[in-house]
Design a protein around this ligand. Structure first.
Ligand code: UDX
Length: 437
């Protein structure tokens, strides 16, 4: 089979490379010249474990190609996937669909024979129908079906999430389209119930509902962490105990500084808008957005309090900048407001992240010190703030911290360190939802 993947960004690249690994012929269309050049040279412009190798394998086998000629890619394609960005529209929180609609218009001009047009990008409910009308307006009588096929890829584990999905959701009612997409995903159909066929609006909403629910679960445990701090309970034990209930489950119950990334913030906001405009407002998701925004804004105050209330003249080491480990993505990362406030308050802030340094550089204030290693960031520091739980930080030993640091303050926003051990080494340890006794 042959497909065109419109958009060589995170979703398009991962999805295209995985389809190519199935033996499908994949033509990725990327309009950004520098990004296209990088892809053609085998340089992957994002950090995603295993992606460089998977792309190289697809190219070497002749299954994966990169270009900017949309007509060439669409001609003869069984399916055209729209995987372009749908960022939050400035001002009103809606998803910006201009790139999606532009792609649909361009594709409509290049159709040759029956084609399934698939939205892979996260798009509001009703977008598929609008794409169908755009195509019919541009090319009346075009022999196409439009389908929704949302992705559930997590940054840092995207290839695994594609290759071993909990489910594949295909939103379309046309038997022809279901047959084409069913064939594309047949290498994954290890379980008969893996592929769920739904209506197109249902599939579009499933994506937002899934992400909003996960964001709500994280926000819930974050609030429980705050309560634990007030009543002297341990949020790790609360999370473990409630997670043993099969109806709750143990995952996404790690408290932290608030969620970030390119999806949770965007998708929760979009769902709030969709629900409001549909006349079925989601007060829950509205609260998730508000609580999470407030939490991220409050983290710097937490650090300042731990440092005695005034950080002027203090040296503070920040370990972790990206919004989560195993990615270089800084979008909506909690580290950004924390560093900004500490620098503004007169601290010397030294930051280190294994993958996020270059993406972070334009996002952090002048005066931020970009340390070459975590040791360099910690050398002589008065305080350590752990923001992102990269594995490499988990192995830092308290006695090494004692040797490197000048001060004794440790603010652990991901509960990476053991409170009792830190206390035994004389540190003033501040975790999330745990009390160091
Ligand atoms: C998410 C969804 O998981 C994925 O299915 C969807 O396709 C895209 O959005 P991603 O944004 O890559 O994936 O990251 P994820 O691992 O879900 O984490 C999202 C945010 O929640 C991060 O800021 C992370 O730090 C935070 N988080 C996650 C927690 O604070 N605690 C947790 O237990 C889990």
């Amino acid at each position: 089979m042959k497909i065109a993947m419109i958009g060589g960004g995170y979703v398009g690249l991962v999805s295209g490379a995985c389809f190519a690994a199935f033996g499908t012929e994949v033509a990725v269309v990327e309009s950004d010249p520098s990004r296209l050049q990088a892809l053609r040279q085998g340089r992957i412009p994002i950090y995603e474990p295993g992606l460089t190798e998977l792309v190289a394998e697809g190219v070497a086998k002749g299954h994966l190609s990169f270009g900017d000629d949309l007509r060439a890619a669409v001609t003869g394609a069984d399916a055209v996937f729209i995987a372009v960005g749908t960022p939050t529209r400035r001002g009103d929180g809606h998803a910006d669909l201009s790139y999606v609609y532009a792609a649909a218009e361009q594709v409509a001009k290049c159709l040759s024979g029956y084609t399934v047009i698939v939205t892979k990008s996260t798009v509001p409910v009703g977008t598929g129908r609008r794409i169908a009308s755009i195509i019919q307006h541009v090319t009346p009588g075009a022999d196409v079906d439009v389908a929704s096929n949302p992705e559930f890829l997590r940054e840092g584990s995207a290839i695994r999430d594609f290759m071993q999905p909990d489910r594949v959701v295909i939103g379309c009612t046309s038997p022809r389209a279901r047959s084409v997409l069913g064939q594309l995903y047949s290498p994954l159909a290890s379980r008969p119930d893996l592929v769920l066929y739904t209506g197109i609006e249902t599939a579009e909403l499933i994506k937002y509902a899934a992400n909003s629910f996960l964001a709500m679960k994280v926000t819930f445990i974050n609030e429980m962490a705050d309560l634990c701090e007030k009543v002297g309970a341990n949020v790790k034990e609360v999370a473990h105990a409630i997670g043993l209930d099969a109806r709750i489950g143990p995952r996404f119950l790690q408290p932290g500084p608030g969620f970030g990334g390119s999806c949770f913030p965007k998708d929760t906001l979009a769902l709030v808008r969709i629900a409001q405009e549909a006349g079925a407002p989601s007060r829950l998701v509205e609260a998730v957005v508000a609580v999470n925004d407030a939490r991220k804004a409050s983290m710097s105050a937490r650090v300042i309090a731990a440092c005695g209330g005034n950080v002027r003249g203090q040296t503070i080491a920040i370990l972790g900048l990206t919004f989560k480990p195993d990615t270089d993505d800084m979008r909506d990362s909690p580290s950004i407001p924390i560093v900004a406030r500490l620098v503004e308050d007169g601290a010397t802030v030294r930051v280190f992240d294994p993958q996020g340094m270059e993406p972070a550089r334009p996002l952090l204030p002048n005066g931020t010190v970009f340390a070459p290693t975590s040791e360099a960031a910690l050398d002589g520091a008065d305080a350590l703030v752990l923001v992102t739980e990269w594995d490499m930080f988990r192995s830092i030993q308290p006695d090494a911290l004692q040797t490197m640091m000048r001060g004794k303050v440790v603010v652990d926003l991901r509960n990476v360190f053991d409170p009792a051990t830190m206390l035994a080494h004389g540190f003033a340890y501040h975790g999330i939802g745990v009390t160091a006794r």
